[in-house]
Design a protein around this ligand. Structure first.
Ligand code: CA
Length: 239
């Protein structure tokens, strides 16, 4: 599995093992927009082969597959690798979720699921596995002034108090804090948070920065500085 170096042209690979074409296409579209490479397989054996050959960063695995079931694929995959696996289960398949997790799946999603939710879970799993590969179990906490960002717990605290952030806000703050004291260009931030394939308005970035500032410090002293025409900079001391 490749390392998830952000900011490069690295596009994480996601393998979708699912026999329902409509779901495969919707997932492919959503993940592609977010900067992932997507391959698909329509049955378990193909899925296993693709996982071995293509070395995906994550596998989305349907439980109900023709022939070899998703649970059997999960069991076999787990014997061979630590690739994160998200199971896709039917609403009534409560037992499948438990079985999947017991067999070593990392997460599951119940159909029908929103693509936004899917993308968030995929990102979270890939981030987690990239980290555990690189740093074993080190619990990484980024600090700057009164702000703490706990990468693994996915939690932000200001003066020790948790501040709930949306997924993109969290990713954005993480990108900024990893460059503490240095310029984070608009391109780099958009690339890391929304993915290199993102062609939306760059105003989205400013809106998220604004919300972050409001949430992190409603009173107005600021640790996220605007670098005019270039991007933003996170600093220890409020300006
Ligand atoms: Ca299916």
């Amino acid at each position: 599995m490749g390392s998830a170096a952000p900011g490069s042209d690295y596009r994480p690979r996601v393998l979708v093992v699912e026999d329902e074409t409509a779901i495969v296409e919707a997932v492919r579209y959503a993940l592609d927009l977010e900067g992932f490479q997507v391959a698909s397989a329509t049955n378990g054996r193909e899925g296993l082969e693709a996982a071995r050959r293509w070395s995906p960063a994550l596998v989305l695995l349907d439980v109900m597959l023709p022939g070899m079931s998703g649970l059997d694929v999960c069991r076999q995959l787990r014997r061979e690798s630590d690739v994160p696996i998200i199971m896709l289960t039917a609403k009534e398949g409560e037992a499948d979720k438990v079985a999947g997790l017991e067999l070593g799946a990392d997460d599951y999603m119940t159909k029908p699921f929103s693509m936004r939710e899917l993308v968030a879970r995929v990102r979270a799993q890939i981030r987690r596995s990239a980290k555990s590969g690189a740093l074993a179990d080190a619990n990484e906490i980024l600090r700057g002034g009164s702000i703490e960002l706990d990468v693994d717990a996915h939690e932000v605290r200001v003066e020790g108090h948790p501040v709930p952030l949306r997924p993109k806000e969290f990713d954005l703050l993480e990108s900024l804090m990893r460059r503490k004291g240095r310029l984070a260009t608009r391109d780099a931030l958009i690339d890391e948070v929304w993915g290199p394939e993102y062609f939306g308005a760059t105003k989205t970035l400013d809106v998220h920065i604004k919300r972050l500032r409001q949430k992190l410090d409603p009173s107005g002293t600021r640790q996220i500085l605007t670098v005019r025409g270039l991007g933003y900079k996170f600093v220890d001391e409020p300006a």
